[in-house]
Design a protein around this ligand. Structure first.
Ligand SMILES: [Zn+2]
Length: 185
């Protein structure tokens, strides 16, 4: 298992629309990839991570969604939003634009079809935070970032913030010990 560096805004892979992956072809490497994705997501305390965010051009994502029984882990391979209903406009962040949060228009409820890590077809009905997370991850797999969904003043504000933070982002490497951790050792 290994914590992987997360690709940041400006890196080409984040802008690629990924083709559906062939489960039989990826099956063998999947457990090791998913372990790294879970470990990385846990360390950065994120809700979701697309494979492309760690530099792997596969159409799959992992989500760790809060639930009464504790965090629920979901793997979606070739996810498709088959139904979207209602609107919401809530704050959203992204591990590829760390520390930046903006309100993004999304469907309030979605139905997602995908394959799980065993290659079994699943259908998930999600609302609120979970619906937002699924839409965010499917966008990643289409090469989209949440800032693409902003308009007007919010878009101008986002561009200025990106310009100010971009250099610092490209230097960040989650796979290396972080400064706080290094002090403890
Ligand atoms: Zn993201």
């Amino acid at each position: 298992m290994a914590i992987r560096r997360i690709c940041k805004y400006g890196e080409d892979i984040l802008r690629k629309k990924l083709p559906p992956c062939d489960y039989a072809a990826v099956k063998k490497g999947l457990p090791a990839l998913l372990e790294d994705m879970w470990e990385t997501l846990t360390v950065v305390r994120g809700l979701g991570l697309a494979a492309s965010q760690i530099g792997v051009p596969l159409r799959l994502a992992v989500l760790m969604l809060p639930d009464e029984k504790g965090p629920q882990r979901i793997v979606v391979i070739n996810p498709v939003i088959v139904k979207g209903e209602g609107r919401m406009f809530e704050e959203e962040g992204c591990l590829s634009l760390p520390g930046m949060f903006m309100r993004v228009p999304r469907f309030r409820n979605v139905v997602v079809n995908a394959l799980n890590e065993k290659g079994v077809e699943i259908e998930i009905a999600a609302g609120g935070l979970a619906a937002k997370a699924f839409q965010h991850e499917v966008d990643h797999l289409d090469g989209k970032l949440f800032i693409d969904r902003l308009t007007g003043l919010a878009k101008i504000k986002a561009k200025a913030e990106i310009k100010a933070r971009r250099k610092e982002w490209l230097e960040m490497d989650e796979s290396k010990p972080q400064p706080e951790e290094a002090e403890d050792n």
